[in-house]
Design a protein around this ligand. Structure first.
Ligand SMILES: Nc1nc2c(ncn2[C@@H]2O[C@H](COP(=O)(O)OP(=O)(O)O)[C@@H](O)[C@H]2O)c(=O)[nH]1
Ligand SMILES: Nc1ncnc2c1ncn2[C@@H]1O[C@H](COP(=O)(O)OP(=O)(O)O)[C@@H](O)[C@H]1O
Length: 388
């Protein structure tokens, strides 16, 4: 809880002229203006009652358009407050929603949106849910086939089950005998995956050892929403794409002690045919070279002795023996159903209105946020400032 603070607040008017949009409960749409465009947030998306709609009105042409919406957006509710932030983002606060579902960001001109607009050749906006609590970065782990990535990730998830969650990739390769669909991978057909890639559902994808692999935006969102730190096991091409995105991850490359040891591990795993082993070994040389020299990876781990390598992994993730095995709980704060919203630098001040007003103010601090679409916006700080 914070102290009563002396905020010097710019009281901004309701309406559409200054980037603020606060409307009554009966009027479910909220509109914000950025440059020549109005973004109307409300109703449902293309008739789907489960998905909040976004429409764009261009003042210069007087035309309406419905953009392609990336990421999983909020479900419709009874009204929204919206505030324009820097970097082409709109903060959307859902009225009367649970505290873990009330803070959202609609990215309309962020670097990710601009890149996707170019890539998909159409108008694009992207949702990113605001997640409270410590903003631990997602972890990208790459390395040649057989080096021990999966083994190290399993050890981490077993020791800290509530702290880490695995981003389940999509792949067109066939399942190995112990692999479960939806747990190790989402096993999928090439044409289905290609269509989903074209629909903008993937954060990254790459052709690896002759098959298509990719991380869907949803697979990262699911882990982040559960309050866990997301681990991605992806190849160097995928790591390069993630590095260029706004996911803001930590990048680790795992090296084998020698090519001979790598070959032995691949063979003793016994999951590939001889032809597949040869292909993986050929690709390994190039991957190791790229892993060491591309500048993508901040950390190179040598997996010689497994226990030692695991210890080094925990060290670089800042996990010591005192780390809470089950993560840190974030105190719940419910946002008032009826409220006004004011912006003061990085702080958003949410003041309850209506008969039951207690004059307490909720301060939403955006100073420490990171991440963003694709995926979640992490590190939101909410504090209640008591009226004196
Ligand atoms: N780019 C990308 N690579 C992935 C993804 N999922 C897995 N990979 C990589 O694909 C490669 C082959 O994975 P897999 O077939 O499970 O074989 P393994 O590495 O020998 O266990 C590995 O380098 C993985 O890191 C993904 O979603 N995207
Ligand atoms: N440090 C290590 N020493 C010996 N064997 C290892 C070591 N790390 C992993 N392995 C074994 O090597 C094989 C490949 O490991 P795996 O985790 O499947 O690799 P990857 O996910 O990188 O393809 C597995 O059989 C695993 O038990």
């Amino acid at each position: 809880m914070g102290e009563a603070a002396a905020f010097f607040v710019d009281h901004l008017e309701n309406g559409h002229t200054n980037g603020f949009g606060v409307k009554s409960e009966e009027d479910r749409d909220t509109s914000v203006q950025i440059g020549d465009r109005s973004y109307v947030i409300g109703g449902s998306h293309e008739g789907n009652p489960l998905f909040l709609g976004v429409k764009i009105h261009d003042k210069t042409t007087n035309e309406w358009s419905i953009p392609t919406v990336l990421g999983t957006g909020p479900k419709p509710c009874k009204g929204y407050s919206a505030v324009v932030l820097k970097q082409g983002r709109i903060l959307v606060i859902k009225k009367g929603s649970a505290s873990d579902d009330s803070i959202w960001f609609l990215e309309v001109d962020s670097p990710f949106v601009r890149e996707q607009r170019k890539l998909l050749g159409k108008e694009v906006v992207a949702w990113s849910k605001g997640v409270r609590g410590n903003a631990e970065k997602p972890i990208v782990i790459s390395g040649p086939s057989g080096v021990g990535k999966g083994t190290l990730i399993s050890m981490l998830m077993k020791e800290f089950p509530s702290m880490f969650g695995f981003s389940v990739s999509h792949t067109t390769r066939s399942p190995r005998c112990m692999e479960k669909n939806g747990v190790h991978y989402h096993f999928t057909d090439k044409n289905v995956m290609e269509k989903e890639i074209n629909d903008g559902k993937f954060l990254e994808f790459a052709s690896v050892h002759g098959n298509l692999y990719g991380t869907s935006i949803e697979s990262v969102e699911v882990v982040t929403d559960s309050g866990k730190r997301c681990i991605l096991d992806i190849d160097v091409q995928g790591a390069r794409s993630v590095k260029a995105s706004s996911l803001d991850a930590i990048f680790i490359f795992v090296c084998p002690p020698s090519m001979k040891e790598l070959e032995d591990r691949l063979r003793s795993r016994g999951t590939e045919t001889e032809e597949q082993i040869q292909k993986r070994l050929r690709n390994a040389e190039a991957e190791i070279k790229a892993g060491k020299s591309s500048g993508i990876f901040e950390h190179i781990l040598y997996n010689d002795n497994l226990e030692e390598c695991y210890k080094n992994l925990k060290n670089l993730l800042g996990i010591n023996d005192d780390a809470p095995v089950n993560g840190v709980e974030v105190e719940g704060i419910n946002l008032p159903k009826e409220h006004t919203v004011t912006k003061k630098e990085d702080k958003i001040l949410i003041q309850e209105t209506g008969e039951a007003t207690k004059n307490d103010m909720i301060v939403l601090d955006l100073a420490s946020i990171n991440g963003g679409a694709p995926g979640r916006t992490r590190g939101i700080v909410l504090d209640t400032v008591k009226s004196s």
